[in-house]
Design a binder for this molecule. Structure first.
Ligand SMILES: [Zn+2]
Length: 102
């Protein structure tokens, strides 16, 4: 049986997930707000130069999520980047640090 990722990795993945999911949530709230404010405007004209800057917020959150994963999704001991598409390995392929625990 596999153990759970160590606390450090669980923490990093929680932050990345929160930032990405949060940016999607903020994006949908913005769109819903614009639709509610301007019900007669066609959807493709809702975002203009005057309100487009609002979308910097979700874009920045998503970018921060990517940054956090690039910066901290690594072995805490030797800083080797960890795979993002597959599960966390049992131990670091480079230094052998246990990445999962029971
Ligand atoms: Zn390592």
């Amino acid at each position: 049986m596999r153990g759970k990722p160590i606390h450090y990795l669980a923490n990093v993945s929680r932050w990345v997930w929160l930032l990405i999911a949060g940016s999607a949530a903020v994006f949908f709230v913005l769109v819903a707000t614009l639709v509610a404010l301007y019900p007669d405007t066609p959807a493709n004209q809702l975002v203009s130069w005057t309100n487009g800057w609002l979308f910097i917020v979700p874009a920045a959150m998503a970018a921060l999520g990517v940054y956090v994963s690039l910066r901290w999704w690594r072995c805490p001991q030797c800083r080797r980047p960890l795979p993002t598409k597959t599960a966390v390995p049992e131990e670091c392929p480079l230094c052998g640090l246990k990445l999962r625990e029971f």
